[in-house]
Design a binder for this molecule. Structure first.
Ligand code: UDP
Length: 239
């Protein structure tokens, strides 16, 4: 009998950096294709997947120009960058046989539909991947906060934060060979140890809503599937 997923609805937070591979900025096609394959594996297991996509990869390319810029204006640019990533991600998903729908927190209706919660829920129930673009729609926030917010709104069982490393470590594993990966850690302990898993707003939202966070590597083949199956992969942050 095939293994049953432990989680039925997940919110996957992908940073913009996850799309750029080894490039300096922008979107690396091979990287995005590989990532979509990982997502397809869990969608095909019957898991409902919503994605919040970051924008750092594109924003980095224009960051020089935003120096000294009004913060809110720069943040709107950052949110628009996430819309570009969302379009690229949806396109890659369509090419691999997934049905993806992009919903934006900023009205940009000629390009993507606006975020409407019941519609997002309907898409998820239909087995479509919903990609939330433009973060929360507000400056002074991050896409991590958008992930916590949308995750809570859609009733996800877990927020999956995809990073370059395969979990949360007691120290930087690249600098300290004795660093150990936490299998699980409570919100309170992560806070007292100053582990910086998400920004404070996102972290507080997840903690208040008792929405667990799993930190894992999207580049490690099969890791997403293992997370969904409830196996020992990455780090679980729990209430
Ligand atoms: N942003 C924002 N409000 C949000 C989400 C994002 O203003 O709700 C802006 C902010 O400038 C941020 C940028 O969009 O730096 C890109 O998002 P983020 O840095 O979270 O992307 P990531 O680092 O995950 O690629």
């Amino acid at each position: 009998m095939p293994a049953q997923p432990a989680h039925q609805r997940i919110l996957l937070k992908l940073s913009g950096e996850a799309l750029m591979g080894d490039d300096a900025f922008g979107i690396n096609r091979a990287t995005i294709v590989r990532m979509v394959q990982e997502v397809a594996e869990v969608v095909n297991m019957g898991v409902e997947v919503a994605v919040v996509i970051g924008g750092g990869n594109i924003f980095r390319g224009v960051a020089g120009g935003s120096v000294g810029m009004d913060r809110a204006t720069a943040d709107y640019m950052g949110m628009l960058a996430t819309v570009m990533n969302a379009l690229a991600l949806a396109d890659a998903m369509d090419k691999q046989g997934l049905i993806a729908r992009v919903m934006s927190a900023i009205n940009i209706e000629q390009v993507v539909e606006p975020y409407i919660r019941p519609k997002a829920l309907q898409y998820l129930e239909e087995g479509k991947v919903v990609i939330f673009a433009a973060g929360t729609g507000n400056p002074f926030f991050t896409t991590d906060t958008a992930a916590a917010l949308r995750g809570a709104e859609i009733g996800a069982q877990m927020v999956l934060k995809a990073t370059k490393v395969d979990g949360v470590y007691s120290a930087d594993p690249q600098k300290d060979p004795t660093a150990e990966r936490y299998t699980r850690i409570s919100f309170d302990e992560a806070m007292s140890r100053n582990l910086g898993i998400m920004d404070a707003t996102a972290f507080a939202l997840c903690r208040d809503q008792k929405l667990p966070i799993k930190v894992f590597s999207i580049f490690k083949h099969g890791a997403l599937k293992r997370v969904v199956l409830g196996e020992d992969e990455g780090t679980l942050v729990y209430a």
